[in-house]
Design a protein around this ligand. Structure first.
Ligand code: ZN
Length: 172
């Protein structure tokens, strides 16, 4: 996955008590990013040197936020479109019957369309099952996703009731 270039500025950085292990080894930093065609977002990164607990959050700073539903055709061109995915975002690829709803462990991230597909593939590969049928089903789905990355032919849908997600239909 290509790393997305962004203008960013660290505005806060500190070491505090870890909410998980209680040691004073929780590194927290806040970064202000200016995402072209979207606006400013405040990203919080945190990790604990003792227990390894990690946290990440993205908060868009623009004022008006309303539910969004965005659909794009996956193609060699749109793979590079930048995405902002909040933890409230539902991701769908209807042609494959994929619908990923936000759960309590839902992550927020900034990436591109290719990165979203890669994350879906990673998620599928992490599913542990002993059922042979289910294994085959997952393998098939991974193959289909890889084919879509190469040749397109499917739709990516973002739905976010908080409006904090976006697919930005430009490459930079
Ligand atoms: Zn800790």
């Amino acid at each position: 996955m290509k790393k997305v270039k962004k203008k960013s500025k660290v505005i806060y950085s500190s070491i505090i008590t870890c909410p998980v292990c209680g040691k004073k080894s929780f590194n927290i930093s806040q970064v202000l990013d200016d995402i072209p065609h979207f606006g400013e977002v405040l990203e919080t990164f945190a990790h604990c040197d003792s227990c390894g607990y990690k946290a990440h959050d993205i908060l868009p700073l623009s004022e008006k936020r309303y539910p969004i539903k965005q659909k794009i055709k996956i193609s060699s061109k749109s793979l590079a479109y930048r995405v902002i995915k909040s933890k409230y975002c539902t991701i769908e690829i209807p042609e494959l019957g994929i619908k990923i709803q936000p759960g309590p462990n839902s992550e927020s991230y900034i990436s591109n369309v290719e990165g979203v597909i890669d994350r879906i593939i990673d998620g599928l590969k992490r599913i542990k099952t002993i059922k042979e049928e289910k294994k085959k089903e997952i393998e098939k789905l991974v193959k289909k996703l890889l084919r879509i990355k190469e040749k397109g032919g499917a739709t990516l849908v973002f739905y976010d009731r908080t409006g904090q997600s976006a697919i930005i239909e430009k490459s930079n």
